[in-house]
Design a protein around this ligand. Structure first.
Ligand code: HEC
Ligand code: HEC
Ligand code: HEC
Ligand code: HEC
Ligand code: HEC
Ligand code: HEC
Ligand code: HEC
Ligand code: HEC
Length: 446
């Protein structure tokens, strides 16, 4: 071989070795450690046996990018720190997987998720601080002041454990505290074994939780032009596109994920669903978020991939009008309730008097829905499920307040009635159904 030939050969092989090293160094840590004979054996054995025992698990896994990338059953199922080991057919696995089982290979997604309201704040909204460590509370409070350090929601006591476990917690466990010390699970949007971005981009995936009269995001989306177009063009879209490369040819129409998470055409892709928001729309009266300008800029950057500036400005201007006028109506309702409380005609306890439910429906159903409808393109939700509900509940609320005052006036005669003139149950029940009566006592005795 000539010197020139030898030189080229040496250069080529050096380049090959260097690029192999570079490729290798970019792979997740766990993957570099493989393939050890044990792990290869593990997946073969797990899958072989589980093909008979729980075949759907294996089929789902086989469809995943994990199986193509060589991530095996034991990579996820081995106990991570703080998880109880479980001896299973010659392997040590864990039965309860958490976000900690994904964290090692996906640290960026994990960190962003942990900072979002999908983490600790979601659980605290139902159960308060009780299940968190002081460190977990401090971490989340630093990002979302007041979102974790708060009492359990009063409805949980009224409805009871069965309702809370099968109701509230099924949605709010997206941020549950786990026995291993971690928070939440990543499977709410990715599922366990298919672990797919395609699934996470479907509106129905978010709609598992984001639906119903108090947060009708899924219904609003399906009413919007975006939802209608998505449903008709879904077949020609590339919903499995890699997040770093996602462009408007893959998805010319946005889904929930596109607006709230995706890195469309080079924008920052995030697991912190709070990053693009400007108002606290879920609140009775919606204030600006601490990062109002930034949130708005982030969201508009996504709209601008598909729309023009004047159109987006107009859209935001009109939606802001809805926030302002809804705030005004909710404040009016708040004033009525506060007035009754001040006059001693309502107890301090929430959810023990019918008028409190009228008030709750007014802002929690009507108010929220109007605001969400305005920001996500659902005219029917702004109007019939929104403002119409607010104004009809307002009429009910006023009427009910009037009746409470009338009843109270009747029960406060100039001279105190003799005990014999009063029905027995006034004393027994503490006049539970008389908001003007001694309801404090009745509330305390319950
Ligand atoms: C020889 C058959 C066999 C092998 C090998 C096997 N499993 Fe299982 N696995 C079962 C059966 C049967 C069950 C049903 C519950 C039981 O009997 O423990 C099960 C249950 C499970 C469960 C649910 C446990 C629970 O109680 O919720 C998990 C998770 C699991 N296997 C994962 C794995 C993983 C991961 C591997 C490989 C490291 C593996 N299995 C290997 C047969 C097997
Ligand atoms: C991407 C991570 C991941 C991989 C890879 C994975 N699993 Fe799982 N698996 C999970 C999670 C998460 C759960 C839910 C555990 C829980 O309920 O806490 C689970 C649950 C299970 C269950 C219980 C199912 C049920 O509904 O009762 C079985 C059985 C199981 N896995 C077997 C397997 C087998 C076999 C493989 C390989 C073919 C595998 N898993 C690969 C994450 C994974
Ligand atoms: C051993 C490392 C490892 C573990 C553990 C792991 N993953 Fe992955 N994950 C990967 C690799 C590697 C890829 C593929 C990346 C690629 O193709 O370039 C991937 C891809 C993904 C994708 C993209 C799938 C797609 O359709 O594009 C999702 C979503 C995902 N993982 C979620 C999870 C979740 C949720 C868990 C925990 C339940 C988990 N992963 C656990 C290594 C891991
Ligand atoms: C398992 C249920 C569940 C799923 C699935 C889910 N979410 Fe959520 N989401 C919640 C809960 C609960 C909250 C309220 C958290 C809180 O207390 O502020 C929330 C809050 C949000 C918020 C508001 C965050 C804030 O700062 O106020 C956005 C935006 C959001 N989710 C978007 C999404 C998107 C997009 C998807 C789908 C890709 C999705 N969610 C899937 C349960 C879910
Ligand atoms: C169908 C799923 C689902 C159920 C069931 C559910 N929630 Fe929620 N909840 C959500 C979603 C999604 C949001 C976010 C709404 C938004 O940001 O617009 C939310 C928001 C909230 C909020 C406002 C956000 C915050 O952090 O203060 C509170 C409080 C709350 N839920 C409490 C409860 C309680 C208490 C129950 C049971 C009595 C319950 N939820 C049942 C899905 C659910
Ligand atoms: C609220 C729903 C939701 C939750 C919860 C969630 N993800 Fe995702 N995830 C998504 C969406 C949506 C995408 C795709 C974004 C896009 O369209 O580009 C994604 C993409 C990914 C990817 C692919 C990244 C890539 O570059 O290929 C990984 C890995 C991933 N998620 C891991 C996780 C992990 C780990 C957790 C838990 C800490 C988690 N996800 C929790 C919705 C979610
Ligand atoms: C076209 C983009 C777009 C789509 C699609 C979209 N959203 Fe939104 N979403 C927004 C905008 C804009 C806001 C208001 C942001 C703000 O506060 O400035 C919003 C607000 C929200 C909020 C309210 C958070 C709060 O403060 O109460 C939640 C939750 C939410 N969206 C979830 C979803 C879900 C779930 C879907 C799909 C069913 C969806 N979004 C579809 C743009 C979108
Ligand atoms: C991925 C592209 C994409 C993104 C991102 C997107 N849209 Fe759209 N939008 C569309 C398409 C496509 C249509 C349908 C236009 C038509 O009728 O041809 C549409 C329609 C609309 C419409 C109704 C039709 C009209 O022109 O009045 C409004 C309003 C709208 N979008 C607002 C927004 C807002 C606000 C955002 C950001 C929060 C946004 N869109 C983000 C693609 C997008």
């Amino acid at each position: 071989m000539s010197f020139r030939g030898l030189f080229i050969a040496v250069m080529l092989s050096t380049a090959l070795i260097v690029s192999a090293f570079m490729l290798q160094s970019r792979r997740p840590r766990q993957e570099i450690a493989r393939p050890t004979a044990d792990l290869v054996k593990a997946t073969g054995k797990c899958a072989d046996c589980h093909r008979h025992e729980t075949s759907a698990v294996v089929h789902e896994y086989e469809m995943s990018r994990h199986s193509k990338a060589g991530v095996n059953c034991l990579d996820c199922h081995q106990p991570s720190k703080g998880q109880e080991p479980y001896d299973h057919k010659g392997f040590t696995i864990t039965k309860k997987l958490t976000s900690a089982n994904c964290q090692g290979c996906h640290p960026k997604q994990f960190d962003e998720y942990l900072k979002s309201r999908h983490a600790a704040p979601a659980w605290a909204a139902v159960s308060g601080t009780a299940d968190f460590t002081p460190e977990q509370i401090a971490f989340s409070e630093a990002v979302h002041k007041g979102a974790v350090d708060r009492p359990a929601h009063p409805l949980t006591a009224v409805e009871g454990v069965a309702a809370v476990n099968k109701g509230c917690r099924q949605c709010h466990d997206v941020g549950r505290p786990n026995p291993d010390g971690s928070i939440g699970s990543c499977t709410a949007c990715h599922a366990r074994h298919v672990a797919s971005v395609e699934l996470a981009r479907l509106p129905e995936t978010c709609g598992q939780c984001h639906m119903g009269p108090d947060h009708s995001q899924l219904e609003i989306y399906h009413e919007s032009k975006h939802g209608v177009l998505f449903n008709s063009q879904r077949q020609v879209m590339n919903l499995a596109a890699r997040p770093e490369k996602l462009n408007t040819a893959d998805m010319p129409v946005p889904t929930c994920a596109t607006c709230h998470m995706s890195g469309l055409e080079g924008e920052k892709f995030t697991h912190d669903v709070t990053e693009r928001l400007s108002y606290f729309l879920f609140a009775p009266v919606s204030d600006r978020r601490p990062k109002f300008e930034e949130g708005r800029r982030n969201m508009k950057a996504i709209c601008l991939k598909c729309h023009t500036n004047p159109k987006i400005a107009q859209f935001y201007g009109e939606a802001e009008g809805v926030v302002r006028s809804t705030n005004k109506l909710v404040k009016e309702a708040d004033t009525i309730i506060a007035g009754l409380r001040k006059e001693g005609l309502l107890t301090d306890e929430p959810f023990d008097e019918p008028i409190e439910y009228i008030h709750f429906d007014l802002w929690h159903y009507g108010g929220r829905t109007a605001k969400h409808g305005a920001y996500m393109g659902g005219a029917d939700f702004v109007q019939w499920h929104g403002y119409y509900e607010i104004v009809s509940k307002m009429t009910e609320l006023k009427k009910s307040a009037e009746e409470i005052r009338e009843r109270a006036a009747k029960h406060q005669p100039a001279e105190a009635p003799k005990a014999a003139d009063l029905p027995d149950d006034v004393f027994k029940s503490g006049a539970a159904d008389e908001p003007g009566g001694e309801t404090h006592a009745s509330a305390a005795s319950r």
